[in-house]
Ligand binder design. Sequence first.
Ligand code: ADP
Length: 476
Amino acid sequence: MGFRTKVTLLYVGFLTLIIIAMSAAIVGVVRPTVIASIDKSLRSVTETVRPNIHVVSATQPDSVGAAIHILGDEFLRMPGISVQVWQTGNDRSNVDPLLIASSRDLEGIEEALDPLCVNLTQVTFSDVSPQFSLNAMPLRVMTHPIVTADGQHVGVVQVAASAMIVDDLTDYVLSLVIVVAVVGVLIAIILGWAVAYEALRPLQEMTAAAGHISTSNDLSTRLPAGLPNDEIGKVARAFNHMMARLERLFAVQQRFIADLSHELRTPLTAIRGNLDLVKRYGRDQNAFDAIETETIRMTRMVDEVLLLARVDSGHVEMQLRPLDLDVLLLDTFNILFSLEEVKDRNLNVKVDKLEKLRVVGDADHLQLMIRNVIANAIRFTPDGGEVVLSLCSRDGRSALIEVQDSGIGIDQNDITRIFDRFYQVDSSRANRRNAYGAGLGLSIVKWVVDSHDGEIEVESELNRGSTFRIVMPLAD
Ligand code: ADP
């Protein structure tokens, strides 16, 4: 069963239950109300009749044995009133009830309005359908006992009214309720179906869009904008958001693969070229050096790509623990400082100031971060230039690492892009010393900085030098 059918059925089902409950309540209220109203009028007729009945003690009846006398009989001739006065003998004697008087509409009828109640000694209301009434019409009968001054029950007054209206009204209300219920349910089915269709339309569009994506691989597919701000609208917006993210990720992935293939092709071509030279002309030191350089470059690139791939798939976990940042920086600095390249090129690589600061971080990744930044500074600084490392506290809450060089600098247009994967400034790409880079080092730096809730900024001027500043929160 479809979702739309389920929603409609549920909606109509609840509505039907409510209508049935309301109908039962209406019928349940109407019937007793009408009966109460009839009883009230029966009471008032009885009150009119009673003063006209004179009662003597049943032990002193008149010559014909009657203990009940009717004083005036006008009330018996009043139209619309059905009354019978019955004498039943006193409490001890057990004689047949004797009809003393009856209203004009009951003339000639010897049967009691409600024979079962003639001998009762308290006020009673009953429903009967006597045979003598037209078509056994239902009657509502009030039986009121007649009592002597000394408390003897000598008879009853029975007053009746037609109860036809009770059944008529109940039938009428019932049929009205049934008609309203049927029309209401029909309208509910039509409305429910239409509302469910309208509400579920975005879902159908989503299904169609998902189907389109799976058949055409078109990640630019989106659901129409301007959906209402309800649950389904939110699902549709989340769907669009997800598609936008997927499209972006897919594009990044494709660019990454294209860049990687491109970057790998250069060293491979160089290796093959140099191998050809060796094959053709025999051993050649320059060719071997070139092969070694390209191999190192490829190895570094593959290492970096692997690390970034693991980062992307969420498989790299930071081992965060408190550590002395100054010790870590100095260790890394010393490794780079002692490089042959630094000595050969007459570079002035030094530490300016080094405050004792503690941070919470992953030692290996922080080392990789600082090594990449200092290595870049060394690489992009001409012979005889200067590279200065410093560490100090900022506001007493963060650590500020600064790597300053007097190198080639970075153009303002490139500064925002140097953290992108595989991005290399064209001028530095041609740089001989950049043979080892593939444009991934700063992407890794950025990831490490972000993972430590830090920030990185660059200040640079072409041909004057660059300053890389990394800010990290201090340990508590
Ligand atoms: P690479 O491994 O190629 O150096 P990076 O991601 O580390 O890749 O750096 C990206 C680019 O940013 C470099 O190719 C270079 O053009 C530029 N760059 C980075 N550091 C410096 C610096 N200290 N001075 C000048 N240019 C730099």
